[in-house]
Design a protein around this ligand. Sequence first.
Ligand SMILES: [Zn+2]
Length: 309
Amino acid sequence: MDAHVHLYDYGYWPEKWFDFVAAKWSAERPGRQPSEIREKIEAGMADPGAVNLLGQMDEVGIDVAVVLALDWEIGMGEPAAVPIEQVHADYEAVASSSNGRVVVFAGLDPRRPNASELMAGLIERGVIRGLKLYPPSGFYPFDERAAPLLELCQSAELPVVFHTGGTIGLLSPRFANPLYIQDVQANFPALTVWLAHAGAQWWWEEAVAVAANGIRTYLELSSWQDVAFHHEERFIAMLDDARRKLGVERLIFGSDHFSGTRVRGTASLQAWYRWWEELPKRADDCGYSFSEAEVDAILGGNASACLGL
Ligand SMILES: [Zn+2]
């Protein structure tokens, strides 16, 4: 199970982001004009109906993926062509027709005037299995304006995923230090929290400390590919440390995969998933020990249990 993927379709994000990326990429490769790549970026990210996602899951051997919705209109200060209500309706349709293979978490900016109403409606319809909050859009996890959403999730026993660590251009990573989530743990003691990306890659210590402080806080381990692939022993030592402080049952695999045809692709998802499958052997080689059972728990057992799947 992959506890962190994204599913994009045309118009889901503000135009501004594509302009920004096109300008950045063309600046990195002199000779290319932003206008030449601008349209290709969005086309490459789109995966209508999750057809590509399901194919990639089959290829890699992933049974279930958690699609996290993203709500960036307020953070980027520009509306998207597709309203957030429609994004959620699309996701619900994908989840409903996926035979349980796609699990959807809502994504709402708590500063939306109707955020609570939307969330309550989504909970009532029973398709949504959690909520993703994106503090780099411009709010702290402990912001009072987020409290009604957290309250709803706590009552409905749905986990809340907070983005932690670095973020994309146009947004503000300063809001994404895992330390701020300790206030949430204090204010919502019965709330299940996932720290998406476990602070990647600046705030691992903070993420582990905050997760260890809670009893229902999980570390979701996407965005550490670079460290795992290039500094394997260091990453395994980090995992060993987190396991000692939290227990293996609060570590969950995620990829942050985008299923569009021209983003990263199956190979990167496969490489990351295989890295974990081979963890027992890799750990052995550098003097640590991770059992097959522990890897199975990280690769799905823990998230399934948490979501009651
Ligand atoms: Zn993500």
